[in-house]
Design a protein around this ligand. Structure first.
Ligand code: ADP
Length: 543
């Protein structure tokens, strides 16, 4: 229509074009597997991403072709985000921590044509290469000198050779913003992993929302380090958000232990970081031992699993860092709700604010949340009743690839998350459990997450998980599984006494078991399924 605004498509290539033009000298830094560092900037990665696009074209890649990556968070991986999506191909990031059978499944399900891998993964790919049906080419993300002398993989290509053959004199094409840009699989704790396809449009809108002050509040003055890996929901979208605002970007590579993460924060001046709670437990352990501070870090986004109040308290009171608690899923790009306060919370004390922060957050503009009961009836936002959590919006998936009827997507855009939550009148959502982890005792639900979060507040507890075990009278009762913190021994009576006045009496676990380690999923979450399996024969003492 005449006089209407431009309909210029929202494309991922426009992010790096912008950053190269206006923030060209701003750095991108990454740590290599051997502990070295690589430094670049938006100007240089822009040109290298274009060279990569030229090379992919030379290899015959077109709009819609899937190109896989198996790599840590590093600069070459960042170049793939832009070089692959820039030509309309789909950047499929693979989580290397999945089982080999799952990796074979998703590479075949996605019909990946080319696979880019960090050198660390050559042995893994050598073992499975024969099962990868559509794959024609494997490229190793390294220099010529770092290439292996021999490999079982035929025609192994060196990344630097591949892009060196191009001149970077290339314009990224314009195409429909609804074109697929990248692909992530859920970790598949039940059944096979499912593919979630992001679009250029959804990625850009999600990035705009994520950068806003009430969400991650990211600006050109920040130094941003996503510790959530680039294969976990695209580092929660942060490599796009940082580029969009021209923030310095720090990519931590393979080693995410406390010392490695801390040294990057202090050396590079990181102001904003993001990861699952497990990462911060390792960091705290290191800080305790070394007596070091966390300056200059200001904000830390925590999600992926519930952030215990005790963790937010240590961050704030001991290290002066504000935790931004958030909730999301691979299916939600991933940000769905973020916990930042409202104007009416100005008068709150720090402890009251910490109480508020336990909730997973309120929806940002663009997403809608609702909860329903077993029959699908929409429940009130009163902060008390809990039900199945649904989400809807322009960066929420409308289905899974190669699955006709997911059973969790509705025609009108609502997606059932598999989480159980309450929503209060201000819109703050509080997750009580995953549907499949819910403990039902005498027909009433017990929140395993809440008990776990309180238990880890005890200084002798490093990690806690609560699962339901069979009970003749109540169907199920909670069993608390504990890993003691280093150098500490904790008794059953001690932890039950600690929990006693903090939860309803009928929520009190019937028993406590102590283990050396709790199993984690490929994305660093407690693997309840494996725990339930381990304790399936567990007999509670029934009085
Ligand atoms: P995967 O299942 O592949 O690990 P996701 O990252 O998509 O991947 O997992 C999403 C799930 O993680 C959510 O449905 C929810 O159960 C859980 N989750 C994410 N953030 C939080 C949070 N802040 N509190 C509690 N659970 C969370």
């Amino acid at each position: 229509m005449q006089g209407l605004m431009s309909d210029q498509p929202l494309l991922i290539s426009s992010l790096i074009e912008y950053a190269a033009r206006y923030h060209g000298e701003t750095e991108i830094v990454s740590r290599t597997t051997s502990g070295g560092e690589e430094r670049s900037n938006y100007k240089k990665t822009h040109i290298r991403s274009k060279k990569l696009s030229q090379a992919l074209k030379r290899l015959g890649m077109q709009i819609g072709d899937r190109i896989a990556t198996m790599a840590w968070s590093n600069i070459r991986h960042y170049e793939l985000y832009y070089g692959v999506s820039g030509i309309g191909s789909v950047c499929h990031t693979i989580n290397p921590r999945l089982y080999p059978e799952q990796i074979i499944f998703i590479i075949n399900d996605a019909e990946d044509r080319i696979l880019f891998i960090d050198p660390d993964f050559i042995p893994l790919i050598e073992k499975i290469i024969k099962s990868l049906k559509k794959l024609t080419t494997v490229v190793v993300l390294c220099t010529k000198q770092e290439m292996p002398e021999a490999s079982f993989i035929e025609n192994l290509i060196c990344y630097e050779d591949l892009i060196d053959a191009e001149d970077g004199n290339f314009n990224w094409p314009q195409f429909d913003e609804k074109t697929a840009s990248s692909l992530c699989y859920t970790s598949g704790t039940t059944g096979n992993p499912k593919g979630v396809l992001y679009a250029h449009r959804s990625t850009i809108i999600h990035s705009l929302a994520a950068a806003a002050p009430d969400n991650l509040s990211v600006s050109a003055r920040d130094v941003v380090m996503p510790v959530a890996p680039m294969f976990h929901a695209n580092s929660w979208g942060i490599p796009y958000v940082a580029t969009m605002v021209g923030a310095k970007l720090v990519l931590p590579g393979r080693h995410l232990d406390g010392e490695s993460v801390h040294s990057l924060i202090t050396k590079e001046g990181v102001t904003l970081t993001a990861a699952v709670p497990t990462i911060w437990l390792m960091l705290f352990e290191y800080l305790e031992k070394s007596g070091k501070s966390l300056s200059p870090l200001k904000r830390c986004m925590i999600g992926g699993s519930a952030c215990p109040r005790s963790m937010m308290e240590v961050f704030k009171k001991k290290y002066g860092v504000t935790v931004i608690h958030g909730w999301g899923m691979t299916e939600t790009s991933p940000l769905g709700a973020i916990n930042t306060p409202l104007a009416k919370h100005f008068d709150m004390s720090l402890d009251e604010l910490l109480d508020l922060s336990e909730k997973q957050g309120r929806p940002m503009y663009g997403v809608e949340l609702r909860i329903t009961d077993d029959k699908g009836k929409v429940l009130p936002h009163d902060g008390k009743v809990f039900g199945d959590l649904w989400i809807k919006g322009p960066w929420i998936c409308s289905g899974y690839i190669n699955i006709k009827n997911s059973g969790v997507h509705e025609e009108d855009g609502w997606f059932m998350t598999g989480d159980v939550a309450t929503i209060d009148p201000d819109g703050y959502m509080h997750i009580t459990d995953r549907t499949k982890d819910v403990i039902k005792s005498g027909g009433e639900w017990i929140s395993s997450i809440e008990i776990e979060n309180i238990a880890v507040g005890h200084y002798k507890v490093a990690e806690a998980a609560v699962i339901g075990v069979p009970h003749p009278k109540w169907d199920e009762r909670p069993l608390l599984v504990i890993v003691a913190s280093e150098g500490n021994k904790i008794e059953k009576e001690e932890i039950l006494e600690y929990l006693k006045d903090k939860i309803a009496s009928w929520w009190l676990p019937d028993d406590v078991v102590f283990v050396d380690e709790i199993p984690h999923t490929a994305t660093g979450k407690i693997q309840k399924l494996a725990l339930r399996e381990k304790f399936k024969e567990y007999k509670l003492e029934v009085s």
